[in-house]
Design a protein around this ligand. Structure first.
Ligand SMILES: Nc1nc2c(ncn2[C@@H]2O[C@H](COP(=O)(O)OP(=O)(O)OP(=O)(O)O)[C@@H](O)[C@H]2O)c(=O)[nH]1
Ligand SMILES: [Mg+2]
Length: 286
């Protein structure tokens, strides 16, 4: 059987997490239109009759802002490049190929494993830099033009990835397909909603922790439900104010949207309690 690791790497916002979810067929990683959405390496195992490929979503490479967070993210990407079997290098043809792209390319230059150039967002009408990215093809083993959002041309990418893997035993068994715990995944869903509701520096100044998940069995008076207690940590009191909003409007909205999505995915009732706490050292927890 085939078995191995395929890293998904690229600049922020190119669609790496969307691609992971599409490849695996479930929402393992959160997606937003903001930079630096992904903050840890998230595995998604795809198993079929050929064997198992573990796709690894990584934080986006970003330059020029949020220096401390950016430094930590780059370290995670570099670490994740060890022990892998194939590289899926994702680019976005709506954004120009500048210094940041060249830096990201430099991270994989020395790798002597198959490298696939994945030109994403092919569904969009306007792709002004498409030819610039196509011109990178000679440096790669193969090139794919896909849409992670609508799933176009995903199959050939999966086939080529399996072909590039060595023989071996699967890393994940049938039930588990990711390295994330349930608490980490729940925290990410809450963070996604918080990212949607905030702007400017707030998204880069917060972290979400799920402290407790209690499963309540149905009784005569109550349905089956999960009671989830979470905290959003922010770097400073001014961010706490912005996250809570006037009369708690923002935090209520985050809680309500997150609860609805979790009820849909978990297919049961969810009671979600979120507190906001100032903790300037949250970055050390990443
Ligand atoms: N039109 C279109 N939009 C896409 C596609 N893939 C991703 N997007 C959008 O691009 C934005 C970024 O997507 P993400 O998957 O979060 O990007 P990422 O590379 O994981 O970003 P970071 O985690 O910040 O590095 C979101 O608004 C997505 O909806 C695609 O194939 N087509
Ligand atoms: Mg991401």
């Amino acid at each position: 059987m085939k078995s191995g690791f395929a890293i998904i790497i690229g600049r922020s916002n190119v669609g790496k997490s969307t691609l992971l979810n599409t490849l695996v067929g479930s929402k393992l990683a959160i997606v937003t239109n903001k930079a630096q959405t992904t903050r840890s390496v998230i595995h998604g195992a795809l198993t079929d009759e050929r064997g198992q490929v573990v796709f690894m979503d990584t934080p986006g490479v970003l330059q020029g802002s949020h220096a401390e967070l950016t430094g930590r993210m780059i370290e995670k990407v570099k670490e994740a490049l060890h022990g892998i079997d194939v590289i899926l290098y994702v680019v976005d043809p709506t954004r120009g190929l500048g210094a940041e792209e060249r830096y990201t390319l430099s991270l994989i230059r020395g790798a002597s494993i198959p490298k696939f150039l994945v030109i994403n967002k092919i569904d969009l009408d306007k792709k002004p830099y498409l030819e610039d990215y196509r011109a990178l093809s000679p440096d790669f083993t193969q090139t794919f033009e896909i849409s992670a959002a609508d799933g176009s041309h995903i199959k050939p990418l999966i086939n080529a990835t399996f072909d590039a893997l060595p023989e071996g035993e699967p890393t994940y068994d049938g039930l588990q397909n990711t390295n994330q715990t349930r608490a980490q995944w729940l925290a990410e869903i809450i963070r996604e909603k918080a990212l949607h509701e905030t702007r400017a520096e707030v998204p880069y100044s917060m972290h979400v922790i799920v402290d407790n998940i209690e499963e309540k069995q149905p009784g005569p008076k109550n349905p089956h439900m999960f009671v989830i207690k979470a905290r959003i940590l922010v770097s400073a009191d001014r961010y706490k104010k912005m996250l809570i909003g006037t009369g708690g409007r923002i935090i209520k909205e985050i809680g309500s949207v997150a609860r609805k999505e979790l009820e849909g995915i978990l297919d049961t009732r969810v009671f979600l309690e979120i507190e906001v706490e100032t903790n300037p050292r949250w970055m050390e927890m990443l």
